[in-house]
Design a protein around this ligand. Structure first.
Ligand code: GDP
Ligand code: MG
Length: 442
């Protein structure tokens, strides 16, 4: 990964005052490769690298981060910035209906997105109307009707044989229909072709002129990689659009298309589609996309949050527990639960790391009260019981429950959970636990 490569670039740098020109160039090379691997278009990569170089020159080597992490942090911040900073919201029309038009190549995911949008908007107390303005493919109308049913949203479509065969006319009539029937949002699904084509562009432009959409959303498949730039530019010239929806982000594309499109068109990316189901949909989050492009998963966030939240002593303690050959005890169990709780969101991140997921399950659903109770129970045990939990038999459990003001079932529960956690810890110690970069002592 980029992280590994940068770490090796900087292996000699520790302790120097500033990033040298040589270090910066070596870094730029690695970032350039990473971006190209993520399918970012070459001119976009060039501009981006220039920004990174510029910024890296002024940087002091920080105490908290090693140089590789520091550069990754800069790259990430710039990526988030270029990808659009904050998430952009839909602009609603002053006088309803708000008209949203979807445009894009065939197979990009327009019809699916139309359903997702309808469902999402409907859940926010809107009364959307889906419009079948794709009359190109024979089954396009039926497909939208199926989607509409799933999204519990009515579909405006030409009746077979009533003579309305013109998508522009359908779109125009749909807006009138929405006004009469109190639909505050109209989502127009349009036709696409496999490639960019002037007739398709003209049709989309005609629909646009007929209904003056409040938002035109260009829908693009994240998997098409480098081609995304040309397609995005062609639609910008041919139809124009206000925002972009990126689909098929559930695939293994790293999503460099997002960066290219944002950079070249200047249009914000608004939505992310991550699957075939209507629920697989979210607002676009530049920060998530940035770490995806850098291909470092959530390690980046983990580093940052870890530095903010961990204090060195606790880290040392936890690290030595994890590294020691001694078995995991009830004291360790309590200490880890308190720590993960204190970390809050980072606890979730830990859950994403191999091995830690099971740990997280142990800790989930424990609120402060439950944690107090756990603490009371463990403190009612003798040191001998804590280091040798197997010795905690029935009569001891009763004594511990009485001592801690809990029920025997609470004690049973805790002991069971502890043994599960112990099993996980043993597995991790026997080699399943990856190092956490950036955490001192690990
Ligand atoms: P359209 O031609 O632009 O209307 O595209 P469709 O909505 O018909 O989608 C084309 C294909 O891509 C269909 O098989 C969809 O189920 C699938 N699809 C759409 N969006 C996504 C997505 O986000 N992830 C995945 N995996 N498939 C998608
Ligand atoms: Mg379609």
């Amino acid at each position: 990964t980029l992280s590994d490569r940068l770490t090796s670039v900087f292996s000699s740098l520790r302790g120097k005052g500033r990033l040298s020109e040589e270090d910066i160039n070596a870094t730029a090379r690695e970032i350039r490769l990473a971006l190209l691997e993520a399918d970012v278009a070459l001119p976009v990569v060039r501009d981006f690298i220039a920004r990174i170089k510029e910024r890296s020159r002024g940087e002091e080597v920080s105490k908290a981060l090693n140089p590789a992490q520091q550069v990754i942090k800069i790259v990430n911040e710039e990526l988030v910035e270029v990808l659009g900073g904050e998430t952009r919201q839909i602009r609603y029309a002053k006088n309803p209906p708000t008209v949203i038009m979807l445009a894009g190549l065939q197979g990009a995911g327009k019809t699916t997105l139309a359903g997702k949008l309808a469902k999402w908007l409907g859940a926010q107390r809107n009364t959307p109307l889906l419009v079948a303005a794709d009359l190109q493919r024979p089954n396009a109308v039926t497909q939208l009707q199926v989607v509409g049913e799933r999204a519990a949203t009515p579909v405006f479509a030409p009746e077979p044989g009533n003579g309305v065969g013109d998508p522009v006319e359908v779109a125009r009539l749909s807006v009138e229909f929405a006004e009469r029937n109190n639909h505050n949002i109209v989502i127009i699904d349009t036709a696409g072709r496999l490639g960019v084509d002037t007739e398709m562009m003209r049709q989309a432009a005609d629909i646009r002129d007929a209904v003056s959409p409040d938002e035109i959303i260009f829908v693009v498949d994240a998997m098409i990689g480098q081609d995304a730039v040309n397609t995005a530019q062609a639609f910008l010239d041919g139809v124009g659009y206000d925002a972009v929806a990126l689909t098929k982000l559930d695939g293994d594309a790293r999503g460099g298309a997002a960066l290219s499109i944002r950079h070249i068109t200047g249009r914000p990316i608004m939505f992310a589609s991550t699957g075939e189901k209507l629920e697989d949909f979210d607002l676009f989050h530049p920060d998530r996309m940035a770490s995806r492009i850098l291909d470092m998963g959530d390690v980046l966030t983990l580093i940052e949050q870890a530095q903010r939240t961990f204090d060195e002593d606790e880290v040392q303690k936890m690290a030595s527990t994890m590294a020691s050959d001694e078995d995991f005890t009830l004291d360790d169990f309590l200490q880890q639960m308190m720590m993960v709780r204190k970390l809050g969101p980072i606890g979730n991140l830990l859950g994403m790391m191999p091995g830690m997921g099971q740990m997280r399950d142990q800790i989930d659903n424990i609120d402060d009260k439950a944690l107090d109770r756990l603490q009371a129970i463990i403190q009612s045990m003798t040191p001998g019981e804590r280091s040798n939990p197997k010795s905690i038999n029935g009569s001891r459990r009763l004594r511990i429950a009485n001592g801690s003001g809990t029920q025997v079932s609470d004690v049973n529960n805790l002991v069971t959970r502890f043994f599960e956690a112990q099993k996980v810890m043993r597995k991790m110690k026997s080699g399943g636990m990856p190092g956490i970069p950036g955490m001192p002592g690990m």
